[in-house]
Structures are given as C-alpha cells and as structure tokens.
Design a protein around this ligand. Structure first.
Ligand code: IPE
Ligand code: MG
Length: 179
C-alpha cells in the first residue's frame, strides 16, 4: 500500500469487518514461469501487507479465506507445501502480531489440519489472545456448507441430550452455533 494512498482513507468510513478470499497465487506464478508454490510464498507477503494496512486504518475484524474445504482436493504435494508455509508463516509473524496488538483467531474444521499446523495455530492463538486491536481470523478447512453442517450437528446433539427442543431452534439459536 503506497503511503499517499493510505492517507487518503477516511478513517470514519472504514468497514468494521473485511473478508478477503485469497486467489490467483498459482496462475500468477505460472505467468512468471514459476511453480504454483512460489505463488503461495509470495502470497504470504501480500497477506502481511494487507494485515498491517488493515490494522493501521482501524479495521476491527479481518477474515482471510486461507484454505477451503474444497482445497483438500488439490494434489498432496501442494497441500503439504501450503501447510508447511502456514506453520512457518504463523510462527514467524506471531511476534509482529503482538507488536501490532493483533489477535489471531481461526474458523473451520481445524481437526482436519495436520497436527503440526494445528499446534502452531493454537500456540499463536494463545500467545495473541490478550491483544485488544484487530482480530485476524484465518478461515482454514472452511466452507459455508461445513459451517452449516457443523451448526446443525451441534444443535442435533443438544436436542439428543434433551437440552433444547426442535421447535426452540430459532434464527438466533442457530446463529449462536455459527463461527
Ligand atoms: C489462492 O491461490 C491460495 C489458496 C487457495 C491456498 P490459488 O491456489 O487458488 O491460485 P489459483 O487460483 O489456482 O491461481
Ligand atoms: Mg484459485
């Protein structure tokens, strides 16, 4: 983000929550005659600049669609490279998140992540949990369909346990189960 562009932003009109779907890493790399994973690597730089910029202009919540449920269908090698990049990047960026008072969070089917990724993620979430500035939310192994399924299972479980009755499931009750 160029300096003069940032100063043009009216801080009173900054959205409270911005969500970004990362896309085009692979195509961008191919155009440069490089491997898709190179695109992912450079993508991390773009994420870093975006996070820093969003935090500076006063965004409260920044959601990054990082890895979708559908992305599990990719070749094993690319998934492995993405997960390793995730672990490395989160590890490396956690001190900066703390310096900038940014709190890391995650949504999605995190149980599906490789153990290394899950542990590093949890570590960084814990280490930034006291920060009071922007919330950086990584959507990992996430899709809207997964979220609906997950909420439905939670509610079904509560009904099965006799905690609530089916006709007590209102929009508000359903929403409370969403990420
Ligand atoms: C976004 O770039 C990064 C992830 C989904 C992890 P893509 O990997 O979707 O790149 P394209 O869209 O194939 O170019
Ligand atoms: Mg894509």
């Amino acid at each position: 983000m160029a300096m003069d562009f940032k100063t043009q932003i009216d801080k009173n009109k900054v959205p409270e929550h911005i969500a970004i779907i990362m896309d085009g890493n692979g195509r961008w790399a191919k155009k440069q005659g490089r491997l898709r994973t190179f695109g992912h690597k450079i993508g991390v730089k773009a994420v870093r600049e975006t996070v820093e910029g969003a935090s500076e202009i006063g965004v409260k919540f920044l959601t990054m669609y990082t890895f979708s449920t559908e992305n599990w269908k990719r070749p094993a090698g690319e998934i492995k490279a993405l997960m390793e990049l995730l672990v490395k990047s989160i590890h490396k960026e956690t001190p900066t998140l703390n310096q900038n008072n940014i709190r890391l969070q995650a949504i999605g089917n995190l149980e599906q992540l490789p153990e290394k990724a899950r542990l590093q993620l949890q570590k960084s979430i814990d280490e930034t949990s006291q920060n009071t500035g922007m919330h950086l939310i990584l959507a990992l192994s996430y899709s809207a369909r997964w979220e609906i399924l997950h909420a439905t299972r939670q509610l079904a479980d509560k009904v099965a346990q006799g905690l609530i009755k089916p006709d007590e499931i209102s929009e508000a009750v359903f929403q409370a189960e969403l990420c």
